[in-house]
Design a protein around this ligand. Structure first.
Ligand code: F0G
Length: 460
């Protein structure tokens, strides 16, 4: 098979500022060993997130000029709405400024104290918005998702038996909706199968519960269904996308991922009554229903992005470039979450740095090692992000720990070429060879909430 090439030419370039190892050493120390506190100009390859970091196409930039900035009834809104209706089959489309705005509106309407929201795995803003309403967020991933080496093709699947048990335990009345995140970001960018979505739908039907998708990475999920699910290879990705959305009563979407834009979100609904209530909340804090906190030009860019993302040449390149990074790292012995998912490779930092105990943050040590040696910015998804003392923990209780100590290398869409990825592979191989030299960290400043963003460390 020939190399799968980037299916685009580059018309506009953004220079990367190179740094020396000595400069990076100083920058890392000044930032308290926290890469969130480093300026982006001081990063050579930025793999912090795939959210809002993609490159737009010439057609999207043309759409930016065509944007209609009318307050109400803008042409750009109708263009956007038509595209989304055609893609998803949803009649009601509300634009929002990003995914968490859709989540906030949805959970203000259906959440509340005493409510329980099941999900295969909540993303942190989804969990925070459900909990902000007073509800309890429950993750129900399949057991295979807990084992980084397990090669299950759909590790994003929801544990259907566990969902049944939860409903029996708390009662359907306390569950306002069931949510499924496609692909599962917190669990390694792993896809959810159509068979699993159908099984969850069947449980929802039996208990008269609505099913919602957190569908930021719906196109990557659909392409992985085409590749991995028996009988799906000959289906058009668009057909699979329609089937996924047809199973749901609603969806929250951050367009900063598979919408191929730098800002934007959506709330999709079927229920008229919920639509009216959501529209009123939208007007209260986001904007009128035909712009939802965005400019008309943003709606044009989204309309075109949601069209381009289901092109199969794009998805073949996208999924292959992530898989390529995963395969090469596996070949040199770097432990990663298997199999490679849609938008990122997750390194198993506990296995990478066996000499660093969890309380010395092996993931953060690896993140610092990657920045020091090559200017690569990755993100720790482990006990820095999910650990620490919760306000509810009794005095003297040991700090919480994450389930897994991971480092995410998220790949921005259409931004880096294969030689950038090769550079990362070489750099990670070098850090892996010298892994015994990585040093654990102690937190010197611990903010009370979302501590990973602003915490400071020193090396031990
Ligand atoms: N749901 C999932 C599965 C996400 O990954 C994100 C964002 C959101 C919801 C929230 O969307 O940022 O537009 O408000 N994930 C980013 C990340 C931030 O880096 O994974 P948003």
């Amino acid at each position: 098979m020939k190399t799968i090439i980037e299916p685009f030419r580059i018309k506009c370039v953004e220079p990367i500022r190179m740094t020396t190892a000595a400069q990076r050493e100083r920058i890392l120390r000044e930032a308290g060993f926290n890469v969130f506190l480093i300026r982006a100009d001081d990063v050579i390859i930025d793999l912090l997130t795939d959210s809002g970091t993609g490159a737009m196409s010439s057609e999207q930039w043309a759409g930016i000029m065509r944007g209609d900035e009318s307050y109400a009834g803008a042409r750009s809104f109708y263009h956007f709405q038509d595209r989304i209706q055609e893609l998803t089959g949803f009649a009601h489309v509300l634009p929002t400024h990003q995914g968490r705005a859709s989540e906030r509106i949805l959970f203000e309407l259906v959440g509340g104290p005493d409510k329980v929201v099941p999900n295969n795995a909540h993303f942190d803003t989804t969990r925070a918005n459900a909990e902000h309403s007073g509800a309890t967020a429950v993750d129900l991933p399949i057991p295979e998702a807990g084992d980084p080496q397990n090669q299950h093709p759909f590790k994003g699947n929801m544990d259907v038996a566990a969902l049944e048990r939860l409903i029996a335990e708390v009662g359907a009345k306390r569950i306002p909706l069931v949510m499924v995140t496609v692909t599962n970001n917190s669990g390694g960018g792993q896809p959810v199968s159509l068979a699993n979505l159908r099984a969850v739908r069947e449980v929802c039907d039996r208990h008269e519960l609505p099913l919602f998708l957190d569908a930021c990475r719906f196109a990557e999920n659909a392409f992985l269904i085409k590749r991995r699910e028996p009988g799906m290879a000959d289906k058009d990705v668009r057909e699979i996308v329609r089937e996924m959305f047809a199973l749901a009563d609603g969806a929250t979407i951050s367009a900063k991922k598979d919408g191929l834009v730098n800002i934007g979100g959506l709330l999709l609904l079927r229920d008229e009554e919920l639509l009216h209530r959501a529209s009123n909340l939208l007007i209260l804090t986001e904007g009128f229903v035909t712009y939802g906190g965005l400019a008309g030009r943003d709606l044009e860019a989204m309309a075109q992005g949601f069209e381009e993302v289901v092109h199969e040449d794009y998805l073949a390149y996208r999924i292959r470039s992530v898989e390529y990074l995963g395969e090469k790292l596996t070949a040199i012995g770097v432990p990663i979450v298997q199999p490679p998912g849609g938008h990122a490779i997750y390194i198993d930092a506990a296995a990478f740095c066996r000499h660093i105990p969890v309380e010395r943050f092996p993931g953060q040590a690896l993140v610092c090692g990657l920045y020091r040696s090559a200017g690569i910015r990755a993100v720790e998804i482990g006990s820095v992000m999910f650990g620490g003392k919760s306000t509810a923990s009794p005095a003297g209780a040991p700090p919480k720990r994450a389930r897994l100590e991971l480092v995410r290398l998220a790949i921005p869409r259409r931004v880096y070429t294969q030689s950038h990825i090769d550079y990362c592979i070489e750099a990670i191989a070098e850090v892996y060879q010298r892994r015994d030299g990585l040093r654990g960290l102690r937190m010197t400043y611990e903010p009370p909430v979302l501590r990973h963003f602003t915490a400071r460390f020193e090396e031990v």
